[in-house]
Write a protein that binds this ligand. Structure first.
Ligand SMILES: Cc1cc2nc3c(=O)[nH]c(=O)nc-3n(C[C@H](O)[C@H](O)[C@H](O)COP(=O)(O)OP(=O)(O)OC[C@H]3O[C@@H](n4cnc5c(N)ncnc54)[C@H](O)[C@@H]3O)c2cc1C
Length: 474
């Protein structure tokens, strides 16, 4: 029994569902238990393995499929009146259990909150509803000669509202930035039903930049219903090259020097020796692969590529041509290695991304790989998403246990070791996948004093505590 939800008993579920049905099309209010089971999982490997074990711990009582802002306001009104927890869900691609309700209640499914986007060529923006699939919006723009330049690996399985709520980033972030750089404004509904736009045109100095407030709020502060994102013309030129660099420290130094020299490759990914074997398959490389793309106006891209080449060669880099990078573009949204392994009995896989300053990123890599190696058959690492002050580190773990129960234990242990090692090394617990339930236990210690701000913001924005309770370390 949860302390918040009043709808643990069948009669009360029926009452809340009936109240919702008075305000929202009853066809879109679902209490079928098979469907509810599906909403107790997302793409978090721990949840996937739980599903295989028949465990549905984080199961909602009701799913409401909203199609308008009015539906969102009405669902919130019922949740408020009945003190029922309400968890927003985009397309459920979170790999950390962000959209999983810890106290039952309502899941607000936003996948049908879509419609024809509109765009503004003079100001170079596009406005679309929060439930829209990222790849649908990208296609819509490509047809008109534009792009978002925002490519999370989950482009085809995530919603644009989800990008805001998770503080997502994309594969070309080293040049075009994360969602914090991509969003101009958005519409939000608070749990008390008030609805408004949060944004700047294009910058303002009256108070703090409130656009940051809901980025990464994981459905706990309000529901995002519409977004205005920045757009770019489709690139005129794109120059890619792959290099082999002898060691991990030399590669990390190369990335840092390229970025700190003011060069802005759109793609900059550097793989350790183990992941290089996957990144450049069948090549039997000795060393570590670095993938670079410079794009934009041809003369500028060529000049930047030439300057990057000098830095790479200074650190012992040897070109292996464009092909490995172009092949990577061809499979960049593919997640089948992880999915296939998770589908095997006893198979397990995790992806854990963290971040640190340049002074800390290499020691963090060494500590994490050493601590995680005993817990999987393979531990792969790469560095991407580069900044002047640091970078993100992405670790992939692949393994086979005796059965799913042992796989579940192994995954729990992986999260514990990864999060404790990162906190001890002074790193950030997540660069872009977000907190979710995966990181829940480790957040207060890692955030230290600043966690109080999350608590205060939550209390101020959602005083009844109905939005996605039990997340962000609260
Ligand atoms: C194969 C794969 C690759 C991935 N690659 C990347 C990557 O490259 N970069 C990256 O950043 N992430 C990546 N992810 C993680 C995930 O896709 C992103 O976090 C994405 O932004 C989630 O969007 P979603 O619509 O699926 O949200 P969901 O998973 O449905 O929800 C995520 C969280 O956002 C909240 N939420 C969703 N929509 C709203 C809304 N409109 N208003 C308020 N709260 C909302 C939910 O309550 C929940 O807390 C990947 C995931 C997979 C499976």
């Amino acid at each position: 029994m949860s302390s918040l939800s009043i709808i643990d008993q069948r009669g009360e579920v029926a009452d809340v569902a009936a109240r919702l049905g008075n305000l929202i099309d009853p066809e879109r209010i679902v209490t079928d238990s098979g469907v509810l089971d599906r909403y107790s999982h997302d793409a978090w490997p721990v949840a996937v393995v739980q599903d295989q074990l028949g465990i549905h711990e984080n199961r909602p009582d009701i799913v409401v499929r909203v199609t308008s802002t009015e539906d969102v306001i009405n669902a919130l009104a019922v949740a408020r009146e009945t003190r029922t927890p309400l968890t927003a869900r985009g397309l459920g691609s979170s790999v950390t259990g962000q959209a999983l309700p810890t106290k039952g209640g309502i899941v607000l499914d936003l996948a049908l909150l879509v419609g024809e986007p509109s765009f503004d060529e003079m100001n170079m923006t596009v406005t679309a509803s929060a439930g829209m699939r990222g790849s649908d919006l990208e296609e819509w723009l490509n047809y008109r000669g534009y792009t978002l330049n925002f490519f999370p690996q989950s482009l085809i399985r995530s919603s644009i509202g989800g990008w805001i709520a998770t503080r997502a980033t994309g594969q070309l972030s080293s040049k075009y930035g994360g969602i914090e750089a991509a969003v101009l404004s958005y519409d939000v509904v608070l749990s008390d039903g008030s609805a408004f736009e949060v944004g700047q045109k294009p910058r303002a100095a009256v108070g703090p930049d409130l656009r940051q407030l809901f980025l990464g709020s994981e459905g706990m502060f309000g529901i995002v219903t519409k977004l205005t994102l920045k757009i770019y013309p489709l690139v005129a030129a794109s120059i890619s090259e792959a290099w082999i660099i002898p060691t991990v420290p030399a590669g990390v130094k190369t990335m840092r020097e390229i970025y700190q020299a003011g060069l802005r490759p759109s793609l900059m990914r550097f793989y350790d020796e183990t992941e290089s074997q996957h990144a450049v398959p069948n090549a039997q490389l000795e060393g570590c692969a670095l993938f670079l793309t410079h794009d934009g106006l041809r003369s500028v891209a060529e000049a930047e590529h030439e300057e990057s080449r000098k830095i790479v060669e200074k650190h012992g880099g040897r070109s292996i041509g464009a092909e490995p990078v172009l092949a990577w573009y061809g499979r960049r949204f593919d997640f089948s290695t992880v999915e296939k392994l998770l589908a095997e009995p006893g198979g397990y896989a995790e992806t854990i991304e963290v971040a640190h300053l340049w002074t800390g990123i290499l020691p963090l890599y060494e500590k994490l790989v050493a601590a995680l190696t005993p817990l999987a058959d393979e531990v792969l690492g790469h560095f991407s998403h580069v900044y002047t002050q640091g970078a993100s580190l992405y670790v992939i773990l692949l393994g086979r246990a005796r059965d799913n129960a042992e796989a579940a234990e192994r995954l729990d242990e992986i999260w514990r070791v990864a999060m404790e090692t990162t906190t001890a090394a002074g790193g950030e617990l997540s660069h872009h996948h977000g907190a979710g339930l995966a990181r829940q236990a480790y957040i207060p210690e890692n955030l230290g004093g600043q966690h109080l701000l999350i608590r205060r913001l939550k209390d101020a924005l959602d005083p009844a505590g109905i939005l996605n309770p039990g997340h962000l370390g609260l």
